[in-house]
Design a binder for this molecule. Structure first.
Ligand SMILES: Cc1cc2nc3c(=O)[nH]c(=O)nc-3n(C[C@H](O)[C@H](O)[C@H](O)COP(=O)(O)OP(=O)(O)OC[C@H]3O[C@@H](n4cnc5c(N)ncnc54)[C@H](O)[C@@H]3O)c2cc1C
Length: 343
């Protein structure tokens, strides 16, 4: 078992799909690696926000559940011995020296991790769901008030109030059909950010009485003895109020994300993203970035692009550590590390 605090070649901040693929590539190149993540589980947005949703645009998978993709990416990523350090927010960055050579030290609340290079795959930062902003809501968290749906079966036979006008709220208004006893979806405006096709589906459910879709309604108060039992909603136009019996309230209002301490590291940023060059290098030599956190002309925030960027970042980090190591990894189908022979 390697010492978790030993000097590693590459430390990856973030165990989302990009960080996982970076760990795989590090192992394939023979570089020692670790992943540090603030969340208690690997998978980033896929596990935290939409584990039960199908993804259709990952190469090689006509469709794949987010949680299944994470499971397989983690198996692929960890096969070479990369260690994972979960539930730890990276807060600080220092420089240190060992045997005359300089390196970085990443600091978390729990430990210090010496490393020759860093790949920042921190996605949208350490993120937290947007709250309703009503008094006392924290009392009901996970007691009838949920900011994400991890397992839809949890809502079997329940009266569910969804709040929001984006993809998540509309997707769950569709996906909880046949599971929840009743579904109401309220939004504070009459414009929606969800896909038109899903909006159409929900409007169709409304026409046949399977969903109560209301605009200009917001949550005013939650009531109940130890868990949500009733919800008061109000109409911001008419000032009308209604108190409804409800088992579950699911606000899907997006999330705040915060680069946190990473902002203080002297990295060039654009809004909340880190600027990178063609090799995914930041303005600080030895620090690379990949995935949703990066900004460059033409950037697309997708799992597929994050994987490509992880590959570029890691191969360049390997070359940066040892200039004799080629940037080009060669073809995995020919590599001895997988028991293959050169063509
Ligand atoms: C509802 C929804 C559906 C989506 N559907 C698709 C789809 O169908 N296809 C597609 O390609 N993309 C989809 N996406 C986008 C996709 O999820 C992202 O592009 C992808 O997750 C980015 O991966 P990442 O590893 O770069 O970042 P993330 O998945 O955000 O992972 C970053 C990780 O870094 C950690 N982290 C951040 N800051 C710190 C810190 N300071 N210390 C420690 N850890 C830290 C976070 O906890 C997180 O686990 C969807 C997104 C959402 C929200």
């Amino acid at each position: 078992m390697p010492d978790p605090q030993e000097l590693r070649d590459i430390s990856i901040i973030g165990g989302g799909p990009t960080g996982l693929f970076a760990a795989f590539y590090a192992g394939m190149r023979g570089a020692s690696a670790r992943i540090i993540d603030a969340l208690p589980a690997l998978g980033g947005q896929l596990m935290a926000l939409y584990p039960e949703k199908y993804i259709f645009d990952v190469a090689g998978f006509p469709k794949v559940l987010a949680k299944d993709l994470v499971r397989d990416m983690a198996t692929q990523a960890l096969q070479f011995g990369a260690t994972t350090h979960l539930g730890q927010v990276v807060t600080g960055l220092k420089r240190a020296e060992q045997n005359g050579a300089g390196h970085f030290v990443l600091e978390t609340s729990e430990a210090e991790y010496p490393t020759k290079t860093i790949v920042i795959a921190a996605g949208i930062g350490a993120f937290a769901a947007r709250k309703l902003g009503i008094e006392g809501e924290e009392r009901f968290e996970e007691k009838g008030l949920y900011f994400k749906v991890l397992d839809p079966k949890q809502f079997t036979g329940q009266r569910v109030l969804l709040v929001g006008g984006g993809d998540s709220a509309f997707d769950w208004a569709v996906n909880l059909q046949g599971i929840a006893k009743s579904i109401m979806l309220i939004h504070r405006r009459d414009g929606f950010r969800a896909h038109q096709a899903t909006i159409g589906q929900v409007q169709e459910f409304q026409r046949c009485g399977k969903c109560d879709l209301r605009t200009f309604w917001e949550v005013k108060a939650l009531q109940g003895n130890g868990r949500v039992e009733r919800v008061t909603i109000f109409n911001s136009k008419t000032k009308e109020e209604e108190t409804l019996e409800m088992d579950a309230v699911i606000p899907l209002l997006g999330f705040h994300s915060d680069l946190g301490a990473i902002k203080e590291w002297g990295l060039d940023t654009e809004k909340a993203d880190i600027k990178v060059d063609q090799v995914m290098g930041t303005n600080v030599p030895g620090i690379y970035a990949a995935g949703d956190i990066t900004s460059y002309p033409g950037k697309l925030k997708l799992i597929a692009t994050g994987a490509g960027e992880a590959c570029i970042a890691v191969n360049n980090a390997v070359h940066w550590i040892n200039p004799k190591a080629k940037v080009n990894p060669g073809h995995s189908s020919n590599l001895a590390i997988f028991g293959q022979k050169d063509d």
